[in-house]
Design a protein around this ligand. Sequence first.
Ligand code: ATP
Length: 276
Amino acid sequence: MTSAAPGRPKQARALSGGSEGHEVPSVGAEVLLAVESLTRRFGGLVAVNAVTLDLRRGEVHAVIGTNGAGKSTLINMLSGEIGASEGRISLDGEDITGRAQFRRALAGVGRSYQRTTIFPEFTVLENCRLAAQAATPKPWALWQSAKSCAESNASAREALAAAGLDGVADRIAGTLSHGAKRQLEVAMCLATKPRVLLLDEPLAGMGAEETERMLALLERLKQSHAILLVEHDMDAVFRIADRITVMVNGTVIATGDPASIRQNPEVRIAYLGEEH
Ligand SMILES: Nc1ncnc2c1ncn2[C@@H]1O[C@H](COP(=O)(O)OP(=O)(O)OP(=O)(O)O)[C@@H](O)[C@H]1O
């Protein structure tokens, strides 16, 4: 019998089923970002231990795990914010393990953060335009005003439309609801024209309606992107993910479609405290 560990009702509900399993993703889906045996040590602590996973266009690949499992460290290594101790990251087959963050962003790896990173006093469009400009720096065109940069404007408008925010382009970003701010962060990420989206807890602090809106957005975005989703909302993860990787203490204990993860005995022990 399944018994939920105290304080983990959402995990318990998600793992105990109630919704149908997803189809196993198509084997031939295009791998954009490949991670092989990626390890990160902090002194004696192995925060991420030989993690191997693929991010494919057309898929939401969720990485879940209890606090301190190494999810943020993994995302930080993929975006280039921190270096890897060992292992390899490739984008379209090209080794990018040693590339600086801005060069990875230029190559198509975009990320959103756990914390809100918008400029609250600027409009929604201005926030997106700044993100677009940061992604296509033109040091020789410093005299151009931001507004005149047609390319950045076009990217910003396109990103807002994709994120469903074109109706609030002229609103001051700080006045948006929490959910719309998180959507704006995704839009800012889209303005950099990524092919791979690394999303760190995009649903944090959202109400039910905002969550639905974000999930619908991810569903649309995955058609043309490979998405890595680090998220604590297990109900949402089990609904949206095509593939789930489960980490415990830096190590992957299981990878598979939601139905197989839900049934996996090791996952159930790690999440629910079930006995063999
Ligand atoms: N800069 C750092 N220096 C030393 N230890 C760190 C550093 N960053 C993370 N760690 C440690 O690495 C381990 C993994 O942390 P990480 O933040 O990646 O986990 P997480 O799965 O993202 O957790 P959470 O769900 O709470 O965000 C933890 O033990 C953490 O204390």
